[in-house]
Write a protein that binds this ligand. Sequence first.
Ligand SMILES: O=C(O)CCC(=O)C(=O)O
Ligand SMILES: [Fe+2]
Length: 332
Amino acid sequence: MEMIQISLNSIHTTRSLLKIRIMDSLTESKIPVLNIEGLKPGTESWIKACHKVRNTLEEYGCFMVVSDELSQDFMKEVYANMKALFDVPLETKMKNTSAKPFHGYVGATDTRPLYESMGIQQPTSLDEVSSFANLMWPSGNDQFSKTIHSYANLMVKLENQVRKMVFESYGLEKYYESFNESVTYVLKPNKYRPPKSNEGNVAARMHTDKSLFSILSQNEMNGLEVQIKDDEWMAVEFPPSSFILMATDVFMAWSNGRIKAVRHRVVMNGQEDRYSIGLFSYKKGIVEIPEELVDEDNPPRFKPFDNYKLLEFYAKDQPYYDERIIELFCGN
Ligand SMILES: O=C(O)CCC(=O)C(=O)O
Ligand SMILES: [Fe+2]
């Protein structure tokens, strides 16, 4: 039986807790909002922003961006296409398979009845997105492919920029290009339905991501909550055309513990379906702490490890789902 932990009331209990409705008053959203679009590498404003991004990820583990590049009309199109995707029959959705955990269709289960998710691998390739669409709609769906591919390209561009900024801020830009060659992506559309009266409203339990970096946006239904200071949950308010960038266990380990992996969960308080879309990067091969981030005062906190093996480890039943997993997996 699956164990879940809900920090509210500090209780550890079994799946019956999923029936609990969380209605605690959440701290008002104070997630930093950074303006990092349109900066030119090498300029003074770029260098300043590099430090700001790194400091924010060290202190909070996440920040938001309100994008000039994503119009509200474009985002409406993204969500209309996602709705059409989840409306395809279950047998068809189940054709979205992958050998990697959480990279294919994940359906609702007894312990997680509100959540469904799909995986589009290598979404920066229009051919890959189109073959996914052909699987879902036998006569294809060009509109879906084009929209989702453009969205993925924008998110990947941003993911690259943020990692470049962090590398630069640590003085490690010389590693950025070679590191980037082994980064891969999966785009995950998620759907959450509202709970019935006899169901709890925790749609995704507290966890930290096992990707290298994650970027999420949502339709107008809120639900994402993060712990950015102490153990307090904070509801994320998404202004139009915004997304949240989140650091993960892998980025935390790479930085030798400097960057914070942000704990998050999804709680459904509304009465409408919530759609979110996440771009997750992964590092192929071994992740190692750069020697520049290790010294006498900062001995290596993690052994070199394989990102996908960490994901497999996480996918097996574990005592927790947050960053304590990576400590178990490869902590020193
Ligand atoms: O839907 C969301 O806002 C969160 C999804 C999430 O945490 C995940 O896919 O790892
Ligand atoms: Fe997550």
